[in-house]
Design a protein around this ligand. Structure first.
Ligand code: SF4
Ligand code: SF4
Length: 288
């Protein structure tokens, strides 16, 4: 959970990241959320090599060398507690509906004064519709504004009931070509485009988000195809272009996922403006 988010919707918001995603986008900045099981991160640049973490481990492991494939780690957190340098942390821990509710209650005042609320993000939040439903039901009397960020790759039949409770959804469209979408993300785009139309038909406001990566999806043909899709099937929906960045690179190192890291070109501001101009030709505004 992340406090005081100001980029995940209106006002001050608490963002709840739900782990697990069907996609493997080559530019992903949160690879620790691909699967739901806990993971131990090790930030070597902070480490003083004091060895206190190793002394604290009941499994007699060296936490600095634990990998995602390591089945001996119990993710007990003893090593994290023992490290005074914040060089270790555990991602993707289980939390109860009640603990999320208590957190929302604590933040409620900020929501009220800023017009904010709660944003579910991921991973892919709609892969866990039961959890979301339980949180929303628990918060029923609080009048919380729920927003979501989704990659669109989820089962409509399982998630549609819970989606109806959302005020606004940020929705990723990564490529309009099915083959190229599959190449760069591991899945095709048909379900994603279909789910976007279904949410729109429910009357829930959307913002289409495009991670803008020049050599992947930043060409005029793809931007034009995206604009045509939005103007034809999601009229009135704004777009937001998210320039590619490499801020997630350190995580691939910390979680020892080096083999999964890919590097792309950071787009020039002019390229972003050019893409927005194409959307504008189709009557599509920019978000925010
Ligand atoms: S999380 Fe627990 S079991 Fe895993 S390395 Fe740290 S101390 Fe050992
Ligand atoms: S306790 Fe922290 S600083 Fe010391 S060796 Fe372990 S990770 Fe490094």
């Amino acid at each position: 959970m992340q406090d005081y988010s100001i980029h995940d919707g209106e006002g001050v918001r608490t963002t709840i990241f739900l782990a697990g995603c069907s996609m493997r986008c080559q530019w992903c900045a949160n690879p620790e959320t691909w699967t739901q099981h806990p993971k131990l991160a090790y930030y070597e640049h902070r480490c003083q090599q004091c060895g206190h973490c190793q002394e604290a481990c009941p499994q007699l492991l060296d936490p600095r060398r634990v990998t995602i494939q390591d089945h001996d780690c119990r993710y007990c957190g003893a090593c994290v507690q023992a490290c005074s340098q914040n060089a270790l942390s555990i991602a993707c821990s289980s939390v109860s509906v009640e603990s999320v509710y208590q957190k929302i209650v604590r933040d409620e005042l900020f929501f009220r004064f800023s017009g904010g609320g709660v944003t579910f993000s991921g991973g892919e939040p709609f892969l866990q519709p039961e959890f979301i439903r339980a949180v929303i039901e628990r918060c029923e009397l609080l009048g919380i504004s729920f927003w979501a960020e989704t990659c669109g790759c989820f089962s409509w039949s399982q998630a549609q009931d819970v989606i109806r409770h959302f005020e606004h959804i940020f929705y990723d469209i990564k490529h309009m070509d099915d083959d190229r979408h599959r190449y760069y993300t591991g899945v095709g785009n048909r379900v994603i485009l279909k789910n976007a139309k279904r949410i729109y038909e429910l009357g829930i406001p959307l913002t289409i988000r495009l991670p803008f990566i020049p050599e992947v999806n930043g060409d005029d043909a793809n931007i034009t195809a995206t604009a045509q899709f939005v103007s034809q099937f999601l009229p009135g929906t704004p777009v937001e272009l998210l320039p590619y960045h490499e801020l997630g690179k350190a995580k691939y190192t910390a979680f020892k996922m080096h083999d999964d890291f890919h590097s792309f070109t950071v787009p020039a501001p002019e390229a972003i403006e050019h893409a927005y101009a194409i959307f504008a030709e189709y009557g599509i505004s920019r978000w925010g």
